[in-house]
Ligand binder design. Structure first.
Ligand code: S3P
Length: 744
């Protein structure tokens, strides 16, 4: 809560060092009226004069002792190498209850200097570092809003007084900063890597080129790349000289690591090792893109960890028309990366889903040393490393929201010679993993899970797996695929029998890569000892994404829409069959087979839907489409009953409960049961619903708006990007009136 300007709650603020940072801190807090008086101290008379003239401080003192007497807060904003002397002076003064803090760019040296001067770190000293600056310097450049939306890192020690820390934290927040707390050593290492090393490289590159070309003639040929890379070589040399001396150890460590990597790159150039170069460059490019997303606050890691609530506002009414192509199939995209990586040769993928789930799989394989180019407009080139060519990843594999990545990967990682740790976001961290861990252990894998069989998974490498015949207790394509992938490495034969048909993309794609798979009835079998050969994969549009539009065009009167090039694998078309049973008008046109998967253009016209008892045999064939089918049921005449779908409770959210809550909030009669739901068709109102970070729930309620009487506000929609990156764009194109709130 902002403090009130009218009533200063603190007495005296002293800012020692009236440069850009100290001046901006003083000016900002003076403007907030938090302190009765703001006093500046600086050795330079001109800075003192300007500080008063420009309203940065109320007045200045020349004597440190006089300024600090009775101070509540003393901010040390002198150059970092002057800090030692200043701290020694302060240690000789009577500071009473004053809180000390500083703005030095390295923290270890400040803490050591304070410990030396004071004979131990004073409890009321809170070390800090605002990550803000500008090309200008001096008190005349001071701005009250310099820290707004900039990070300020505080590095308290265990002995730091909690009230002092809270006060410093609050002062920075008052200035609009994002405050974080960090351990001193960690701060210095992070800054050495992300700030100090780049400055060192920029300075040295410019100097190195300049001194070999004394007339500086070569710079005439330097284009944007050189300018961008070396912009920071224009920074204040004295300040940077101070910083490198102050943060010596951390800078040396990061510089040594970097030299190692640079030497490896030199060796690759020397040896003409283009593969190594491509590996470094593709990984760097992705990391850079991720970094840009973080800066723009778009990274899913960010979205999941912050309370940024992306709200969809869906306006009532609308009609669908035209032809659209929804993004590539998620299941097939995951598998294309996995099998392409394990194949021998180069696999080209087209139509790849550039959603966060499939990208998590792609990144995991990059982390295991596979060179993958793209994705670029759905094209991915995978330089396969063969079944035994994966390398240990540098750290845990973060799989975001993607259950498919975690479950399928666990099968093939269980058979690798190295250890791996698999982690995920808040939703994935709640999902059951024993369904894969238990049968894998029976094959000889060593896997630890978190409590109650949840992620993270720690997989011990170097085990010899043995094939087995597993009767799956639930109909799960992920479990089946996980075991088949483990079976590529296990001694003998691995067979999986499913209680009901589930998607068979793994079996089809293994064959596409030339790996023999036998399927007899409900049992799929593989044997180790064969190899995967690179191939070309064309990913069809995802029927699970098309499903939103199948329901949308069915329920919105006067609609006719064609969905192009949709995968209609028989193990995936439950949604079409269920909608047809409800009276939906859906026809398949231009049916063909592409790369081992059947596809078609799907024409859907609006229809009067009626409630049905959904045949249990269709449940696994429409497992991801139920959220939107519940919306169809709400628009149908009469009652729809779903049974035998308890699996829905362990998807990205508990889809039975979350949909029932949302539908009820919109005035629909929806009664959850342990393994399904009963929905009475009827009018749909407007209101607030929560997707609980589940992409399919967010999109389903967007579709519901077509028949709603008032707007629907849908909370927590960031994860739509996991499976359907351009949902809002395509929805608008087809005629659904849904937007990100605040944007139109
Ligand atoms: C998937 C299988 C299904 C499905 C998921 C993708 C796959 O999960 O819900 O979205 O790609 O194998 P289950 O195997 O848990 O049913």
């Amino acid at each position: 809560m902002p403090l009130q300007q009218a009533a200063p709650i603190l007495g005296r603020l002293v800012v020692v060092g009236l440069g850009l940072i100290g001046g901006s801190f003083a000016k900002g807090l003076r403007g907030k009226g938090l302190f009765r008086e703001v006093i500046g101290v600086d050795l330079d008379p001109e800075s003192r004069r300007l500080a008063v003239e420009l309203g940065v401080v109320d007045r200045c003192e020349t004597e440190l002792a006089a300024a600090c007497q009775g101070a509540d807060v003393i901010q040390l904003a002198v150059p970092i190498l002057a800090m030692e002397k200043l701290l020694a002076q302060l240690a000789g003064l009577e500071l009473g209850n004053a809180v000390l803090t500083d703005v030095g760019s390295a923290k270890g040296n400040v803490v050591r200097a304070a410990q030396q001067s004071f004979g131990g770190m004073p409890a009321r000293f809170v070390p800090g570092h605002p990550i803000a600056g500008s090309e200008q310097s001096g008190v005349e450049a001071a701005k009250s809003n310099l820290f707004q939306r900039h990070k300020v890192i505080l590095t308290p020690l265990a002995s730091t007084d909690a009230d002092a820390l809270a006060l410093v934290d609050r002062l920075w927040r008052e200035l609009g900063a994002d405050v974080e707390h960090m351990e001193v050593g960690h701060h210095d290492a992070v800054l050495a890597a992300t700030s100090h090393l780049p400055h060192l490289l920029a300075f040295t590159l410019v100097d190195s080129l300049a001194k070999r070309n004394e007339n500086l003639e070569i710079f005439r040929y330097a284009a944007g790349g050189f300018r961008d890379f070396t912009r920071i070589a224009g920074s204040d040399p004295v300040m940077w000289h101070d910083i490198f001396l102050a943060n010596r150890e951390a800078v040396l460590r990061t510089l040594d690591d970097f030299r190692g990597d640079l030497d490896a790159l030199r060796a690759a150039v020397d040896a003409g090792d283009g593969h190594q170069l491509l590996g470094v460059f593709t990984r760097a490019r992705v990391a850079r893109e991720h970094f840009s997303k973080i800066l723009a606050r778009r990274a899913y890691v960010d979205a999941m960890n912050s309370n940024n609530d992306l709200i969809f506002l869906a306006n009532p009414g609308g009609q669908l028309s035209g032809r659209i192509r929804v993004p590539g199939d998620k299941s097939i995209s995951h598998r294309s990366i996995m099998l392409g990586s394990l194949a021998e040769g180069t696999t080209e993928v087209e139509g790849f889903l550039e959603g966060e789930d499939a990208l998590a799989t792609l990144q995991a394989f990059r982390d295991m040393g596979v060179v993958i180019e793209g994705p670029h407009h759905g094209r991915v080139t995978i330089h396969g490393v063969g079944l035994h060519g994966l390398k240990p990843p540098p750290g845990p594999l973060y799989l975001g929201n993607s259950g498919t990545s975690m479950r399928l990967l666990s099968g093939l990682l269980a058979a690798q010679p190295f250890d791996t740790v698999l982690t995920g976001d808040a939703s994935l961290s709640k999902r059951p993993m024993n369904r894969v861990a238990k049968p894998l252990r029976a094959m000889g894998a060593v896997i630890e899970t978190g409590p109650e069989g949840r992620p993270p998974l720690t997989i011990r490498g170097g085990q010899r797996l043995t094939g087995m015949h597993y009767e799956m207790p639930m109909a799960s394509a992920q479990v089946k695929s996980c075991l088949l992938l483990a079976g590529l490495y296990a001694g003998g034969e691995t067979a999986v029998t499913e209680p009901a048909p589930t998607r068979d993309h793994t079996e089809r794609m293994l064959r596409g890569f030339g790996y023999p798979v036998s399927v007899e009835g409900a049992t799929a079998r593989v044997e180790s000892g064969h190899k995967l050969s690179a191939t070309h994969i064309e990913v069809p549009a995802d029927i699970s994404s098309a499903a939103f539009f199948l329901v949308a065009a069915s329920i919105a009167e006067g609609s006719e829409l064609v969905l192009e090039h949709v995968g209609i694998n028989p193990t995936r078309i439950g949604v079409i069959e269920i909608l047809r049973l409800m009276g939906g008008d859906i026809s398949l046109e231009n049916q063909r087979e592409v790369g081992g998967e059947p596809v078609a253009d799907i024409r859907v016209r609006s229809a009067r839907l009626k409630g049905i008892d959904i045949p249990e045999s269709l449940v696994p064939l429409a497992i991801d489409e139920f959220p939107v089918l519940f919306v169809a049921a709400a628009c149908a005449e009469g009652r729809t009953v779903l049974r035998g779908a308890e699996e829905l409770r362990v998807k990205e959210s508990d889809r039975i409960q979350v949909m029932a809550d949302g539908l009820q909030a919109l005035g629909v009669k929806a009664e959850p049961t342990p393994d399904g739901i009963i929905i009475e068709g009827g009018p749909i109102g407007g209101g607030e619903v929560h997707s609980h970070g589940d992409h399919r729930i967010a999109m389903s309620f967007s579709v519901a708006s077509l028949r709603a009487s008032a707007p629907i506000r849908i909370h927590d929609c960031a994860n739509v990007a996991t499976s359907f990156p351009n949902f809002l764009g395509l929805a608008a194109q087809a005629g659904i009136r849904v937007n990100e709130e605040g944007k139109s």
